[in-house]
Design a protein around this ligand. Sequence first.
Ligand code: 4FV
Length: 229
Amino acid sequence: MLTIDIITIFPEMFSSILDESILKRAQEKELVTFRVHDLRDFTKDPHRKVDDRPFGGGPGMVMTPQPLVDAVKKVKGRRKAHVIYLCPGGVTFTQAKAKALAKEKNIILVCGHYEGIDERVRETVVDESLSIGDYVLTGGEVPAMVVVDAVTRLIPGVLGKEASLEDESFENNLLEYPQYTRPANFCGKSVPAVLLSGNHQAVKKWRMEQSVLRTTRFRPDLLKEKKYK
Ligand code: 4FV
């Protein structure tokens, strides 16, 4: 079973997403364990401080190494765990990375804040830095939630049988085909006839064509990575 530990100065931010819907049920089905840790519980600073001014001057504050390093070591204990720091400078998080992480036994997510963390934390306890995209957020909590959600739903048994992981976006580096549901006619807009034909072969062919068309139009970069030349 996968255990995901999260180290943050805002532990309460996670209560909402971890105690709802699919993530909640995944815990109830003992398919995954989430543990959220308050970084301030690990600081030796008498005022529970976890940040300080940057050496070399400049704006903002930097997260000090002691609380982060001690927190990761304590949370890890004697277990083998994959430690991830969320930051804009990290490797871009993708579906392929989510699939790889879903096979791990223990993941520790480190959430930064302010201008980031003391570099010696990376050198000491971080295995990998991940970014959810080329923009700057106020903290690593939202990126950590993105990773938790994308990874947990890939754990076998988390998504019910009705949900298929087979032909969703980024499978085969293709965007997903258009979806339709009742009513067949909505505000004068109908549904592509092939989807009402009952001809599964024709539906499968149409969906692949739509996926390639959409990917070509909206994400040609994905095709470059794939053999659909
Ligand atoms: C981020 C991202 C991100 C940067 C300063 C937290 C913030 C603050 N993390 N993907 N994009 N982090 O913007 O992962 O420390």
